[in-house]
Design a protein around this ligand. Structure first.
Ligand code: 5GP
Ligand code: ZN
Length: 114
C-alpha cells in the first residue's frame, strides 16, 4: 500500500468508487471518466507502477485478474467482445501509478493510438 496512491485509497475504502467486484486479490470499479460505453478498472490489491517492477506474487495477482475478468461477462457487459488496456508510462498517458487493467466494452471500437 502507498498512502499517497489514489487506487490504494480506493482499495482501503478511503475514496468512494462504484465497485463491480472485489476479492482478496483485486477490485473492479467503474472508471470515473468513461472512454467507452462501459469502462471499468481492474486493480490488483498490491501497489506497483509498472509491469517491469512486478514481482512473482504480483504477477500471480495479475494472472488472477485476467482469469476473473471473462467470468464477469454479464456484470461488465462483455458479451459482444471487449478490450483490455494497460497503460505504461508517459507515452501511453498513464496517470495513476498503480498498475491497473482498463476494461472497455459495450460498443464497437476503432484502432488508433490517440
Ligand atoms: P491511466 O491513465 O493511469 O491508465 O488510467 C487511470 C484511470 O483512472 C483513468 O481512466 C481515469 O479516468 C481513472 N480515474 C482517475 N481518478 C479516478 C477516481 O477517483 N475514481 C475512479 N473510479 N477512476 C478514476
Ligand atoms: Zn497504489
Amino acid at each position: 500500500m502507498d498512502n499517497n496512491c489514489l487506487f490504494c485509497k480506493i482499495i482501503k475504502g478511503e475514496i468512494p468508487a462504484t465497485k463491480m467486484y472485489e476479492d482478496d486479490d483485486m477490485i473492479i470499479i467503474k472508471d470515473i471518466e468513461p472512454k467507452a460505453k462501459n469502462h471499468f478498472l481492474c486493480i490488483p490489491k498490491s501497489h506497483f507502477k509498472l509491469l517491469v517492477e512486478m514481482d512473482e506474487k504480483q504477477a500471480e495477482m495479475v494472472k488472477k485478474c485476467l482469469k476473473k475478468i471473462p467470468t464477469l461477462e454479464k456484470e461488465l457487459g462483455l458479451e459482444n467482445g471487449y478490450r483490455l488496456v494497460i497503460n505504461q508510462g508517459d507515452d501511453a498517458g498513464q496517470t495513476v501509478f498503480h498498475l491497473h487493467i482498463h476494461i472497455l466494452s459495450g460498443q464497437k471500437m476503432g484502432w488508433q493510438p490517440a
